[in-house]
Design a protein around this ligand. Structure first.
Ligand code: NAP
Length: 328
């Protein structure tokens, strides 16, 4: 069962290095990963967290988190990740800035190869999260980083007094669209239906924002530009009409794909690639648990991911008690 893909699904040479035995190895450093680390550390399981490519995952790219309890004024996404990490480390979790490139789950200890080492893990918690979905239209790939973006917090600043469009009709599209109005001259939200998926509070805020307008029943079919984004070709799905609109930026928020390529064919998944678990966050392989967005197509909130991570770590503790006999 040797696979050779990193957590973003990009094929890469596996490395290896020293063999490091660990009781609990956690893949991913978002709310699920760090909550798992906190609970495993407090159970004296000396967990190691492999951060993956992006410390903190998606939440670290979120400008402000307003619905995580305990922060009535909201808290910056990056700041929240720093606090998660600090709290897990305080109890002994070790955080490695490294990424899994290869896993062998055919026997225990599980072998997880990274760029720097090979970990031999008695229990594994997969909290690899999810990656923003792409439109897959001409121009998108070529102009990514040159006007096409999947992160308003990261790139909004570059669009001062510019005209941008946001694609999508969910919470992310509206939240990020509202954020972009800090910089942009205008934000047009392009949605493929005439009804938003986003919750009522964000809908109200977006509708009330004078810089935001909506283009309904419309999809982006092409992103045009030489050195940078210059225009988009769009199609109205009701009338069939096409138009080319000049824009400076295209922000895409159309959902996510779970980062589970590394486990394809090894762990049971649904048709979208989300890892299947039981209510104890156990996968089909005993000793392998999954938490957070890698295993959750439904809720995908900071708080639900954090809860899943904590529960998975508790279960990993029980599993190790029963099988290896650690005192937790
Ligand atoms: P989402 O809820 O899945 O919404 C994706 C949006 O993109 C939908 O409006 C969908 O249209 C549209 N879409 C999907 N594929 C498309 C395509 N190929 N072309 C054009 N449009 C496409 O994703 P999300 O907004 O990223 O949110 C993910 C989860 O995080 C949700 O559970 C959300 O509640 C949560 N979230 C919460 C907050 C918050 O509470 N503050 C903030 C951000 C995210 P349809 O509507 O037609 O399907």
């Amino acid at each position: 069962m040797d696979l050779d893909l990193n957590i973003s699904g990009i094929a890469s040479p596996s490395s290896g290095g020293a063999e490091i035995p660990v009781k609990v190895l956690i893949l991913g450093s978002g709310p699920a990963g760090f909550s798992a680390a906190l609970y495993a550390a407090r159970a004296d399981l000396n967990p190691v967290v492999l951060t993956g490519m992006e410390l903190g995952g998606q939440v670290s790219l979120t400008y402000i988190v307003e619905n995580y309890p305990g922060f009535p004024e909201g808290i910056g996404g990056q700041q929240l990740v720093e606090l998660f990490q600090k709290q897990a480390e305080r109890f002994g979790a070790r955080v490695e800035f490294d990424t899994a490139t290869k896993v062998d789950l055919s026997q225990r200890p599980f072998r997880v190869t990274t760029y720097n080492a090979t970990y031999l893990a008695d229990a594994l918690i997969i909290a690899t999260g999810a990656t923003p979905r792409h439109l897959n239209v001409p121009g998108e790939k070529e102009l990514t980083g040159r006007g096409v973006s999947y992160c308003a917090t990261c790139d909004g600043w570059f669009f001062k007094e510019k005209d941008v469009i946001v694609v999508g009709g969910g919470d992310s599209a509206l939240e990020e669209g509202i954020f972009l109005t800090r910089y942009a001259r205008s934000v047009r939200i392009v949605h493929r239906r005439d009804e938003l998926r986003a919750g009522p509070i964000l809908q109200r805020r977006a509708m009330d924002n004078p810089k935001i307008s909506f283009i309904w029943n419309t999809v982006v079919e092409e992103i045009k530009g030489q050195e940078a984004v210059e225009a988009v070709r769009m199609k109205n799905l009701v009338t069939g009409e096409e138009c080319v609109e000049p824009v400076d930026g295209v922000f895409i928020f159309i959902g996510h794909t779970p980062n589970t390529e590394l486990f394809r064919g090894v762990l049971d998944m649904d048709e979208m690639g989300y890892i299947k678990t039981d209510r104890y966050y156990r996968t089909n392989i005993p000793g392998v648990f999954a938490a957070g967005e890698a295993a959750d197509p439904h809720f995908r909130q900071v708080i639900t991911s954090a809860g899943m991570g904590a529960a998975a770590a508790m279960q990993a503790g029980h599993f190790l008690d029963e099988t290896v006999g650690y005192q937790t």
